[in-house]
Design a protein around this ligand. Structure first.
Ligand code: SF4
Length: 166
């Protein structure tokens, strides 16, 4: 059986799992124990901030639990704009893969401009450096601005702190 275009896209990407698009992903209360047992970093207790921190430690080029009953609801249901366009065939897979490649190149370049941090979340590091009033690195600011535009235009992720919603 061959993989679907949607599956090929996400296994080539993983940006929503790896902390490049989001800080965290939502959890239902019934999922908390299970994902904690899987080694995920559970955050918050209230419904509006209950979730797990990204990058997901289970991601290894693909998700090892995506067919299991332990797969969190938010992961099962989240679809970025690009994925929706591949599913409805308004964007051909090769074109979508080029967008992923472009995003990864931009992320790689930005990582080289980011200062050391205790955070392992790219999004958090990006925002912190952008909001640092002492940061006068214009090249970083330009590249970060371009990436955020790409995030919004291609992935449908808006603003600096857009949430990982179902
Ligand atoms: S849903 Fe979008 S961001 Fe997440 S892995 Fe798939 S293509 Fe990438």
């Amino acid at each position: 059986m061959t993989d679907s275009p949607a599956s090929l896209l996400c296994t080539s990407c993983g940006l929503c799992c790896t902390g490049h698009l989001f800080l965290w992903a939502k959890l239902k209360s019934v999922e908390v124990q299970t994902v904690r047992g899987l080694g995920l970093n559970v955050l918050g207790v209230e419904p509006e901030n209950r979730g797990f921190g990204l990058p997901c430690p289970l991601w290894a080029g693909k998700c090892p639990i995506h067919t299991s009953s332990d797969y969190p609801h938010a992961c099962r249901t989240y679809k970025c704009k690009l994925l929706k366009q591949v599913i409805d065939e308004s964007t051909p897979l090769p074109e979508a893969l080029e967008v992923i490649e472009q995003a990864k190149v931009m992320i790689k370049e930005l990582k080289m401009l980011l200062p050391d941090s205790r955070s392992n979340n790219f999004r958090e590091r990006l925002v912190a450096h952008l909001e640092d009033s002492e940061n006068t690195d214009l090249e970083f600011r330009r590249k970060a601005g371009e990436l955020l535009i790409l995030y919004e235009k291609q992935f449908g992720v808006k603003g600096l702190i857009d949430g990982y919603e179902e």
